[in-house]
Design a protein around this ligand. Structure first.
Ligand code: ADP
Ligand code: MG
Length: 698
């Protein structure tokens, strides 16, 4: 039997394959392009393309595609076959350097938020050589960026790559000041932990809400939910274990470092975590992972739900974005070092993150904002919509000692003079316990926990990278001109702690008292919904920062704000329409059917003897009639609220109207329909219940 190391990465055109299939010269120039962004000669590109094609064809590939990540949030691909007519009437398999480097999908149907109207009708895709090409099915997939002809980004990869470059630029300035002359570049790495639900396919297919919206819009609570805490880390059922084994194999073939898997808090909920890697590769891998998760589920008669909140009253799914900064020489800049100098450098990078998260709370919040994730944030299962940082007691005490020029009473008594003292090593265990913090330091990395399970991690990381780049820029500007480096450094770290300690919070993020303190005492921002936060993308300070680091242009930001809000509106409108449809065509007829049976029973009993009381039947019949009346009224109400949206002047107004008028009506309709479910005989209920969905995989 083949072992994992035999087949790991077998579907990837990775370094091993490049070395084996390219001449030394070609390999060297390609490496230069991958590592340092050097432009690839067309003649070299031709050779690379041919080698890629030969390799892919040997694996049975017939097509290639420029694989990209438009603003729909999922990946897109248009397949072209390699075939080219030969003079003898046959075909040869052909793939040129030009086709590798640039593609021109007819992309007019992708969202552009007005960008294409202003600039250019078509977009083009450009090869990202830093993310290896791979084979999916019979297609060679080439990871690409997607831009308009005016150069405006129409995807999530382009700004992510720009943000990595911005961070690299500023971090290098800092490292130079600390005398690290051997470092050539700084990269961010990410390990995203992915949560998901698995439910039986045959049940999924009976629910229009799951099919159209990815989440249940109706459903009374099952008698048993997650209250026993017996699912978290519980024994994995054989059917799920078989799924996970298959999934791992598929991911490993694609060179994805799937590492950890376990059951999550809710019944039917699970998690997969890979080993971390460079951010843009991690992003591509996470998109692929989500796709493969769904594909493999189908083979097992299951459906993988990636929605943030598939079931009301049961924990939703998130994605933890473990993030750190490392040099090409292998030094993790968020890891406390061994020498006083390394420690000072660590503290500076730590402070850069603290400052970034405080200054750009709104950007981090909005980077994870979707209609789906709005159901989680602040619902006592995921971090609140208020952003704060958890550092743990020990590191907090160290920062406070620095701020106040006081001795640090830790493992040993020391005065924290930067560049002189060695920081105590904080035990990892003491820093990883707070699960309620949106942004937690976990020993040598930060874990940003607000992402929703279906979010592309690109959005959160581009904002995080850009914000940290901005802190580092400010630091570098100051330090490069300082007369005495060490004093300036010490003062700057002190000042950062003083100015930004309001963002530090080690307590329980789920506590209502914290939200009050955060907002009223500390002045942190609290944006519970997408319409609340998204318009802040265009706040002057945010536009200034993001454009100054060339992560976005003003026009790109405007288009993104528009697209994200549009996305929010469309999502909720589809949900509302699905509810109206299910209520009218399924729920009302079902309840009426049961009521008719009850009425029939009453009539039949009375025919036997007018004295039979029929108290149970008539009581229930009355209850059901009240409920059906209410369902009918609420359905009409919801429908009217959706129709009214057509009158909104713009997307911002529309999203606000949805937040203020539509969501509440959806909740009201659901409440009466769920109540009707609890009163209706099982045989009449028109679709699978929560109990069946959550406990259906055996
Ligand atoms: P836990 O969150 O359960 O404590 P780990 O800390 O082992 O688990 O890892 C969680 C995720 O963080 C994994 O995906 C892991 O690869 C990733 N990770 C670990 N170190 C780093 C790092 N330096 N940078 C980015 N991600 C990291
Ligand atoms: Mg974790």
């Amino acid at each position: 039997m083949a072992t994992v190391s035999d087949y790991f990465g077998c579907l990837v055109f990775d370094d091993r394959v490049m070395k084996a299939n390219l001449s030394a010269d070609v390999y060297q120039s390609l490496r230069k392009t991958i590592d340092h962004g050097a432009k690839l000669d067309l003649s070299v590109a031709n050779v690379v393309a041919a080698a890629m094609k030969d390799w892919a064809v040997a694996y049975g590939a017939t097509h290639y595609t420029h694989w990209f990540q438009p603003l729909t949030g999922i990946t897109a691909e248009k397949h072209d076959s390699f075939i080219s007519p030969a003079p003898d009437g046959g075909v040869i398999m052909d793939f040129s350097g030009k086709e590798l480097i640039k593609g021109e999908p007819d992309a007019s149907s992708f969202p552009s938020g007005g960008l294409r109207a202003t600039f250019e009708a078509r977009g083009y895709t450009a090869w990202d050589p830093t993310s290896y090409a791979f084979i999916k099915g019979k297609t060679l997939c080439i990871p690409t960026a997607f831009c308009s002809y005016g150069g405006e980004a129409l995807d999530k990869k382009t700004p992510l790559l720009r943000s990595m470059e911005a961070l690299n630029r500023q971090a290098m300035r800092i490292l130079k000041l600390f005398g690290n002359s051997d470092v050539k570049c700084v990269r961010t790495s990410v390990g995203p932990e992915q949560e998901y639900f698995l439910i039986p396919k045959e049940l999924y297919e009976k629910r229009k809400d799951l099919i159209y919206t990815g989440r249940t819009l109706f459903g009374a609570k099952a008698p048993k939910g997650q209250e026993m805490d017996d699912h978290y880390f519980g024994v994995i059922k054989p059917r799920v274990a078989a799924y996970m084994a298959d999934l791992n194999e598929e991911l490993w073939k694609l060179g994805i470092l799937a590492k950890t898997e376990h059951n999550e808090v809710a019944p039917a909920q699970h998690e997969l975590a890979p080993i971390y890697t460079t951010t843009n590769v991690a992003t591509d891998h996470n998109q692929l992972t989500m796709e493969i998760m769904q594909k493999v589920a189908g083979k097992h008669g299951l459906v993988c739900l990636l929605h943030e909140k598939p079931f009301a009253g049961v924990n939703g799914s998130g994605k933890h974005n473990n993030w750190s900064l490392a040099t090409d020489t292998g030094v993790n800049l968020l890891s406390p070092g061994e020498t006083p100098y390394e420690n000072a450098q660590f503290l500076l990078f730590l402070c850069a993150v603290i400052k970034a998260v405080d200054d750009y709370q709104d950007l981090l919040r909005l980077s994870v904002a979707t209609a789906g994730n709005d159901h989680r944030l602040g619902a006592n299962e995921a971090p609140p919509a208020v952003v704060s940082i958890f550092l743990g007691d020990e590191l907090s005490a160290i920062l406070s000692a620095i701020e106040n020029d006081q001795p640090y009473e830790g493992t040993r008594k020391t005065t924290m003079k930067l560049g002189v003292d060695v920081l105590p090593r904080f035990a990892r265990d003491t820093t990883d316990r707070n699960r309620t913090s949106p942004f937690a330091f976990t020993g040598n990395k930060f874990e940003f926990r607000m992402l929703g399970s279906s979010n592309s991690i690109a959005c959160a990381n581009m904002m995080l990278n850009a914000a940290v780049a901005e802190s580092l820029r400010i630091y570098a500007d100051r330090l490069e001109n300082a007369e005495d480096f060490e004093t300036a450094l010490h003062e700057m770290i002190k000042k950062t702690i003083k100015d930004h300690k309001r963002i530090l919070f080690n307590g329980n993020g789920y506590d209502d008292a914290w939200i009050r303190e955060a907002v009223e005492v500390r002045g942190l921002s609290n944006y519970p919904t997408t319409p609340d936060c998204m318009p802040h993308l265009l706040d002057e300070k945010n536009v200034r920062m993001l454009t100054s680091h060339k992560v976005f242009s003003q026009a790109e930001l405007e288009s993104r704000c528009e697209i994200m809000l549009e996305n929010y509106c469309k999502t909720v409108i589809i949900e509302a329409n699905t509810m109206v449809d299910m209520a009218r065509k399924q729920i009302l007829p079902a309840v009426e059917g049961y009521a008719a049976e009850l009425a029939g029973t009453i009539a039949a009993k009375r025919a036997v003897s007018p004295e039979i009381s029929c108290g149970y039947e008539s009581g229930l019949l009355r209850k059901l009639s009240v409920l059906t009346d209410q369902i009918a009224v609420q359905t009409d109400d919801l429908e009217a609220a959706v129709l009214e949206l057509a009158g909104c002047a713009d997307t911002i107004r529309e999203s606000e109207a949805i937040r203020d008028n539509v969501l509440g009506k959806m909740a009201s309709l659901r409440a009466v329909a769920d109540e009707a479910e609890t009163q209706t005989a099982e045989a009449y209920w028109p679709f699978p219940t929560y109990g069946e969905l959550l406990y259906g995989v055996r």
